[in-house]
Design a protein around this ligand. Structure first.
Ligand SMILES: *[C@@H]1O[C@H](CO)[C@@H](O)[C@H](O)[C@H]1NC(C)=O
Ligand SMILES: *[C@@H]1O[C@H](CO)[C@@H](O)[C@H](O)[C@H]1NC(C)=O
Ligand SMILES: *[C@@H]1O[C@H](CO)[C@@H](O)[C@H](O)[C@H]1NC(C)=O
Ligand SMILES: *[C@@H]1O[C@H](CO)[C@@H](O)[C@H](O)[C@H]1NC(C)=O
Ligand SMILES: *[C@@H]1O[C@H](CO)[C@@H](O)[C@H](O)[C@H]1NC(C)=O
Ligand SMILES: *[C@@H]1O[C@H](CO)[C@@H](O)[C@H](O)[C@H]1NC(C)=O
Ligand SMILES: *[C@@H]1O[C@H](CO)[C@@H](O)[C@H](O)[C@H]1NC(C)=O
Ligand SMILES: [Zn+2]
Length: 568
């Protein structure tokens, strides 16, 4: 999941190797405790287990698959076994699985190997480039005020804004302060910004809007500074994303650096100058992997996705190793059911395509790229956007202080094409029904942005999914709601984040709740099977039919206008 709150990660990937042994023992003890809890819980919910096979009566029972269901194949042992391998991969890569690291490549290799060895699925690798993502050497920011030159400290005073252009200044350039927050044309036209380095305060509009003004006013460089309005709004934030493919070099400054330059410009006027230097290059070979069932109508495809990358700051085990592995375990089990003829488990009339999206954490780049390619593939049957019926997204499935957050169709952005909403609300209802039948609590989760369903939904496809929560806070009411169903003491911790390690180094193998993890993956299995067995899934999702022509949202629109608070 990318950040939904206005928080940004610090790209600080130092991991203490000596700590990992201790963590392992703690994990082991935790695992025993959790096992005891799970045994107790499953004893208390034996009736649920029995209901489980009854719930098959909702499915098309003419399939005569007896009690065999995809959900029944999912075990927490299997999930944890694979998840531990991701931890090993992260540990071998300085504690991260972010793109451009060995940890990311290792993750893709692991998924590929598992699918090749254990399934007859058809694999596709799709590679793309992320422009201006890799910073080489140390970017430089120098100021000259009334002749006195100062060199400022990278990562303390300023940071490079991701995707912005390289800078190669050979002399000082006039500094101009943009009044207000630089969100109105008048802010820019009131000063002579052309050929200057401009200083703009954070706030009110997106970074992308500020960059767009800077481009239109043909500035030489852009310095956005933090606004100091809260304890976490003083730093020179790393990882802040500028506009993709912008021609303007951009740095993000700490509040104190920004104020220092504002004062300098006020005092010295024309005698304040700036020099910016940053050598950046593209990140190449960033990959998506998709794996297709060999059976099913290729023009009626169920796309099930999760992201494969983590953030630079940690191992990314709940976020989104849990989704990555949840998806792998779903794929491996569906393959086994389909391929073992003694199972008598009928294949679905629809193709199922499992996809692991790369570069989710820096703006959903992998899924956006995939959707763009599908829209462009107007003549390649099976690869066209119109060949997709729906997208299920699984991002963060095992939060330690979890909730079962079902994506709620009523919380889709108002800009969502209407055609997507009927099916989305049916998927919402399907998950709610399952959790209710299993005597499990559930919550509503937004469809406002922040994960890989965005490009599908924005282009009119029905979507859905479940996640266990990221940096948001569990309220006392939600804790009580969960405790009322799961038993006193099992409601989790009120006034704490669903995942207190969200986007941090401590998002390790210990940072998961196995009970929640197993339930969410079972819910995912149920949804795939239920929809996979419907007679007319297309009609079920699109009662009015799908429009012949829909105005498709382009990639640059999605990158640059996503309704994501992280961009402010
Ligand atoms: C179940 O599936 C079979 C074969 O796919 C179909 O003939 C039958 O009409 C379906 N029944 C229901 C209730 O959907
Ligand atoms: C920066 O510009 C100078 C002069 O224009 C050029 O010699 C140098 O190679 C450039 N450096 C980079 C890293 O592009
Ligand atoms: C990861 O794989 C890509 C594609 O094969 C390759 O271009 C890149 O150099 C690899 N990166 C690392 C860090 O191994
Ligand atoms: C977690 O993975 C799922 C699927 O595996 C993906 O859809 C989601 O975006 C990921 N979330 C995070 C926070 O990495
Ligand atoms: C959604 O379904 C309802 C009932 O089937 C129908 O009245 C409505 O027009 C549909 N809306 C769209 C956008 O297809
Ligand atoms: C979820 O939202 C629906 C409206 O979409 C509301 O009726 C329901 O009470 C909400 N449920 C929870 C558990 O918040
Ligand atoms: C950025 O530029 C590259 C190379 O010109 C192009 O392939 C890509 O589509 C552009 N991306 C966006 C979002 O404009
Ligand atoms: Zn994330």
């Amino acid at each position: 999941m990318t950040e939904l709150q206005d928080k940004h990660e610090v790209q600080n990937a130092v991991v203490s190797a000596s700590g990992s042994k201790k963590v392992f023992y703690i994990f082991f003890i935790l695992l025993i405790l959790i096992t005891i809890t799970c045994v107790a819980l499953s004893a208390a919910t034996l009736s649920i287990v029995r209901r489980d096979s009854n719930s098959n009566s909702n499915l098309n029972s003419s399939s005569k698959s007896g009690s065999l269901s995809l959900a029944d194949q999912i075990t927490v042992e299997d999930l944890l076994k694979h998840l531990e391998q991701l931890q090993v991969i992260a540990d071998q890569s300085g504690g991260t699985r972010a793109i451009t690291t060995r940890g990311f490549n290792g993750t893709l290799d692991y998924i590929t190997r598992q699918l090749e060895q254990n399934t007859k699925f058809i694999l596709h690798h799709q590679y793309f480039t992320v422009p201006n993502y890799v910073v080489r050497g140390t970017p430089q920011l120098q100021s000259q005020v009334n002749g006195a030159v100062n060199s400022h400290v990278y990562l303390t005073d300023f940071a490079y804004m991701v995707f912005s252009a390289r800078a190669n200044f050979t002399s000082f350039v006039r500094l101009v302060v943009i009044p207000n927050l630089g969100c109105q044309d008048a802010d820019w036209s009131s000063v002579s910004a052309a050929d200057a380095v401009v200083l703009v305060k954070r706030g009110d509009c997106t970074y992308i809007e500020k960059v767009t003004f800077a481009e239109n006013y043909r500035v030489r460089g852009l310095l956005v500074y933090n606004d100091g309005t809260a304890a976490d709004r003083f730093q020179a934030l790393q990882g802040v994303r500028a506009k993709m493919n912008s021609s303007v070099p951009a740095f993000f400054l700490s509040y104190s650096m920004g104020m220092q330059l504002v004062n300098a410009a006020n005092d010295a006027g024309e005698n304040a100058g700036i020099m910016m230097n940053a050598d950046v290059s593209d990140a190449e070979g960033i990959g998506n992997i998709c794996a297709d069932t060999p059976s099913g109508d290729i023009t009626k495809t169920i796309v099930v996705g999760a992201h494969s990358d983590g953030v630079p700051a940690g191992s990314g085990i709940n976020d989104n190793g849990s989704g990555t592995i949840g998806l792998l375990v779903l794929a491996l089990n569906l393959a086994r059911l389909f391929q073992t003829s003694s199972n008598n488990y009928p294949t679905y009339p629809y193709r199922v395509r499992f996809c692991w999206w790369g570069a989710e954490e820096i703006g959903l780049l992998g899924s956006i790229y995939h959707v763009e390619q599908a829209i462009l593939n107007s003549d390649k049957e099976g690869e066209r956007f119109q060949d997709y019926l729906l997208n299920l997204n699984y991002d963060m499935l095992a939060g330690p202080n979890y909730r079962f957050g079902i994506h709620d169709s009523e919380m889709a952005p108002t800009s969502t094409p209407l055609v997507a909403l009927n099916g989305t609300s049916r998927i919402t209802a399907l998950f709610r029904q399952w959790f209710t039948e299993q005597k499990l609590p559930w919550s509503n989760s937004s469809l406002g942005g922040g994960s890989d369903y965005v490009p599908f939904l924005a282009n009119g496809l029905a979507v859905g999914g479940v996640n266990t929560g990221a940096g948001g806070i569990k309220t006392a009411a939600e804790r009580d709601q969960y405790a009322a169903i799961l038993g006193t003491g099992n409601g989790g911790i009120a006034n704490a984040a669903f995942d207190t390690c969200y986007h941090q180094q401590c998002d390790r193998i210990t940072n998961i709740n196995p009970f929640a993890y197993e339930k969410v993956v079972k819910a995912a299995a149920y949804a795939i099977e239920y929809m996979g067995r419907l007679n007319d899934l297309e009609k079920w999702l699109y009662p009015q039919g799908r429009p012949k022509r829909l105005e498709r949202i382009s990639r640059s629109q999605l990158y640059n206008t996503q309704n994501d608070p992280e961009l402010y």
